[in-house]
Design a protein around this ligand. Sequence first.
Ligand code: AMP
Ligand code: ZN
Ligand code: FE
Ligand code: FE
Length: 275
Amino acid sequence: MLELHSHTTCSDGSLTPTELVNFAAQKGVRALAITDHDTMAGWEEAIAAAAPLDLEIVPGLELSTVYNGRSMHILGFYPNAQKLQAPLQERVEGRKRRARKMADKLAALGYPIELPNMETAMAPGRPHIAAALKQAGHVNSHNEAFDRFLKDDGPAYVPYEKFTAQQGIDLLLSCGAVPVWAHPYIFRGGTVETVLPILVEAGLMGIEVYHPTHNTSQVRKLEAYCETYDLLMTGGSDYHGPKKEKNPDFKDLNALAVSLELLPPLKAAAIALKA
Ligand code: AMP
Ligand code: ZN
Ligand code: FE
Ligand code: FE
């Protein structure tokens, strides 16, 4: 089937692109999007690993933006990598500055941590800080790290550097990428009903309808919105690796069994954007 949302060690996933690709093939995934947070660094290795397999790699990313002061994730599919490279690098540098700020806050609270080496291509996120807190013996689990320190408005939380959803959508469109609102019902800065029309006006082209955090009634609502606003539908497990404890809404790869029929319209939209 189709998996249009996954993470690797290039951001906060725990499998390397090669490991993820092999696991996806084993699970029966036929097309897999690599959508790391703010980086395209995993594609090349994933495409090479998938070459001998019956598995298509969909190039993508998950852009971190801010809307109404809250974090909003926008997936981008099939970007022109050359165009997107430099602006994304700035987003990754922002993630590194943010990781250092969270470490500073934790130190001030009396919980010093050792940050992972950030010289490499990695896009650090809160899960890396959670791992460092566990490593330092300050917490026993990722959940505890989020509950006590890292959750939105937690004492060590630092928001993304300012980059609005509108700017994110503009950037993706200007690079030929199809912008899709990731997991809308996780968003805390407004209701889907009120925010969606504004995003559509800004150029949004799709909604991630199928996601482990969405219940059946939410999925039905999102399907209806796609119909109303003539939007593309995507879906995926937002897979971060086999460790359940890392993600409270863990679903195994391919567990959502998203239909392959969603892929051709997405591809056609990406081609039309570049024409
Ligand atoms: P960031 O983009 O750095 O703010 O990190 C977001 C990532 O943190 C998400 O993609 C999830 O993998 C993870 N995450 C967010 N909230 C929680 C939570 N309450 N418990 C565990 N992991 C979480
Ligand atoms: Zn993540
Ligand atoms: Fe996300
Ligand atoms: Fe994600």
